[in-house]
Design a protein around this ligand. Structure first.
Ligand SMILES: NC(=O)c1ccc[n+]([C@@H]2O[C@H](COP(=O)([O-])OP(=O)(O)OC[C@H]3O[C@@H](n4cnc5c(N)ncnc54)[C@H](OP(=O)(O)O)[C@@H]3O)[C@@H](O)[C@H]2O)c1
Length: 337
């Protein structure tokens, strides 16, 4: 098979395509012919030294994939040849407490990911595709889709009557917008681009604030929510956006802390955090149970993931560069076969 590996994380040129032996499924494993993978900010963060976990060179990158089962290892009963599946972001987090293997299982960082033609993997680490989605659409769900779903659910699930703030127009934020709208919640979005503001409105955002034009955008968001603040912030900006998120959130609301897109890190004011009256929840994508729930929600609502662009397998470098430029809206996909 053909597989990409990062020989080092020094530059994108270190991403090299190789010919390797086809993997064979062991007991309890399925062999997946990978049809499509999607990129996430983490794939770029690893390359730029901005990923907050260990990154081991030499591995196959990319965490998110969809494909077709082409062979079964001994003892596999959950699937048959021909089933269409997607990989779980955390292959051994089935529910409940996060397992201690979470870091060592991390695709592309400490274990081989999915930017390859075939992958042998435990039957427990894949789930069926939702009805009605293509491989290109479905491969966007494991990280961005599930992260957005986890952010909107959890101990205080978002529902009609709530207001959700999403930041920017990347993969997680667009899924959060779509899923929040599917529950009947109101969405306020931020972006740095006037053109993207129109697209965010077309996807159902009631209000859009340009965070590049207005550094005090948290105040503007609070005003747009009738002065009360938003019930949930889907926080993808991180250190550079948290202060404005604290201004935007309602008393008793929640900041779902997800990302670290911003490069500045001015620190958090303890009293601003305390007086916000909001809770702060760290999100680590989500477990297999959440992924199954998401596939059912997608099938039931007819949600179509927003794909910015699909690249061919031979254009992987272009796909990474495209994501890094940040001009995309939603997801960047690579068609593998
Ligand atoms: N903890 C977890 O479980 C988890 C899971 C998934 C992702 N993440 C993290 O969440 C973040 C988002 O990931 P992603 O894959 O959705 O990213 P992405 O698709 O690369 O998002 C890029 C977009 O984010 C917006 N953006 C960039 N800098 C921003 C800033 N300072 N403030 C607000 N928006 C900004 C821009 O939108 P505009 O062009 O509209 O301005 C940009 O187009 C990343 O840090 C990622 O590592 C964490």
């Amino acid at each position: 098979m053909r597989a990409y590996r990062f020989d080092s994380f020094d530059s994108l040129e270190e991403l090299r395509l190789r010919e390797e032996a086809d993997p064979a499924p062991q007991r309890g494993e399925v062999l997946v012919r990978v049809h499509a993978v999607s990129l996430n900010f983490r794939d770029i963060a690893m390359l730029r030294g901005r990923y907050p976990r260990k990154c081991v060179p030499g591995l196959i990158p990319v965490s998110d994939a969809a494909g077709e089962i082409v062979a079964l290892g001994e003892g596999v009963q959950a699937f048959k040849v021909g089933d269409r599946v997607l990989g779980a972001f955390h292959p051994r987090w089935f529910g409940g407490e996060m397992p201690s293997t979470i870091a060592s299982d991390s695709y592309g960082a400490e274990s081989d990911g999915w930017l390859c033609e075939f992958k042998a993997i435990s039957q427990e680490a894949v789930v069926r595709l939702p009805e009605g989605l293509s491989y290109e659409e479905a491969c966007t769900l494991p990280c961005a889709g599930l992260t957005a779903w986890t952010a909107l659910t959890g101990p205080a699930p978002i529902r009609a009557g709530h207001t959700v703030l999403v930041q920017g127009s990347g993969g997680v934020s667009i899924f959060a917008l779509q899923l929040a709208r599917a529950t009947g919640a109101t969405v306020i979005a931020t972006t740095s681009s006037a053109a993207k503001a129109d697209q965010l409105r077309a996807l159902g955002a009631a209000e859009v604030v340009n965070y590049a034009d207005d550094p005090e955008w948290g105040k503007a968001v609070r005003a747009l929510s009738g002065g009360r603040g938003v019930d949930r912030v889907v926080e993808v900006g991180g250190p550079g956006t948290i202060a404005q998120s604290l201004r935007a959130v309602a008393l008793g609301g929640e900041i779902a802390s997800i990302g670290f897109l911003s490069t500045e890190n001015p620190g958090i004011d303890f009293f601003q955090l305390k007086m916000s009256g909001a809770s702060f929840r760290n999100i680590t994508v989500g477990d297999r149970a959440g992924l199954l729930e998401l596939t059912r929600v997608v099938a039931a609502t007819g949600l179509k993931p927003v794909i910015d662009r699909v690249f061919a397998f031979g254009e992987a470098h272009d796909a990474f560069s495209h994501l890094e430029r940040g001009g995309h809206m939603g997801k960047v996909v690579i068609r593998v076969s």
